[in-house]
Write a protein that binds this ligand. Structure first.
Ligand code: HEM
Length: 250
């Protein structure tokens, strides 16, 4: 093999190696993706939104998007109070981590497009607050500018459906925060909205039957009958004694 041939082979090997690197880098290229969690079937912001880590991320894998989102809860809610059971009809792949006592649950699921509303199913269990919930919630993405599967970019028009709902919800949240006197919108406000109160779910409140009976006022009609009978007996007795007196006089 002469020197020229060796150089050519080396160049081809390096070029194909680099192509491989670049190819896998682009396949793994994830992009950040803004989103809002909404109450299922509404445009109202879900309680889950204030615990959602923004932005999320996504990447194109073959013919679909793989989306990764996280929920972070404070230390006082205990270790991993949130579980994600289903997203977009799939069992998501989950990973859990902690930082400074905060729990982070990260879930990954697939979707064919970023303009659809996605439905998720979560459970929340916070024994310290005697709170547990089993909820559906919706996810809408603000997908403007995100890469499309065919190599383009999601246009504003395409993203509008999802983004509109997301923005409306975000705006409503900020307005609520301002109306509540929180002053600054955004994270500080949503932290302020975070429930601190202890909640006992209705199902857990057992009403004692005895307590209920004790609290109930007694009916009025037995007293009325008793008084009426007493009056009648009194009249009858008086009438009898008068009649007996009258007979004696005879
Ligand atoms: C101590 C903390 C919490 C309290 C006191 C609390 C309280 C409540 C209450 C009172 C409701 C309304 C109940 C109902 O509509 O049936 C609710 C709904 C809900 N909560 Fe919580 N919650 C807490 C934490 C969380 C966390 C950490 C998450 C998830 C990250 C969460 C997610 C939800 C969801 C998804 C709903 C359904 C309505 C919606 O989408 O906003 N909650 N919560």
């Amino acid at each position: 093999m002469n020197f020229k041939k060796i150089l050519t082979v080396a160049a081809v090997v390096i070029a194909s190696g680099m192509a491989g690197i670049f190819h896998s880098a682009s396949a793994d290229d994830s992009f950040s993706l803004n989103y809002t969690a909404l109450k299922n079937g509404t445009n109202d912001t879900s309680m889950a939104d204030q615990f959602s880590v923004k932005p999320g991320s996504a990447r194109i894998v073959g013919d679909h998007y793989q989306v990764t989102l996280s929920i972070e809860t404070p230390a006082e809610y205990g270790l991993f109070p949130v579980n994600i059971l289903q997203v977009n009809g799939q069992t998501p792949s989950l990973s859990r981590s902690t930082s400074d006592g905060k729990s982070v649950i990260t879930y990954t699921f697939n979707t064919n497009n970023l303009t659809d509303r996605i439905v998720g199913h979560m459970t929340v269990n916070i024994p310290a607050f005697r709170y547990s919930g089993d909820y559906l919630y919706d996810i809408v993405f603000d997908a403007t500018g995100a890469p499309t599967i065919d190599g383009g970019k999601v246009s504003e028009d395409q993203a509008q459906e999802g983004a509109k709902a997301a923005q409306a919800a975000e705006q409503a949240q900020n307005e609520n925060a301002q109306a509540g006197g929180a002053g600054a919108a955004g994270k500080a406000a949503s932290n302020k909205n975070r429930p601190k109160a202890q909640v006992t779910p209705k199902a857990a409140i057992k009403h004692d039957k005895k307590d209920k009976a004790a609290g109930k006022s007694l009916p009025w009609w037995p007293f009325a009958i008793a008084v009426a009978v007493a009056v009648l007996v009194g009249i009858f007795t008086e009438w009898r004694s008068r009649r007996a007196g009258a007979k004696k006089e005879d």
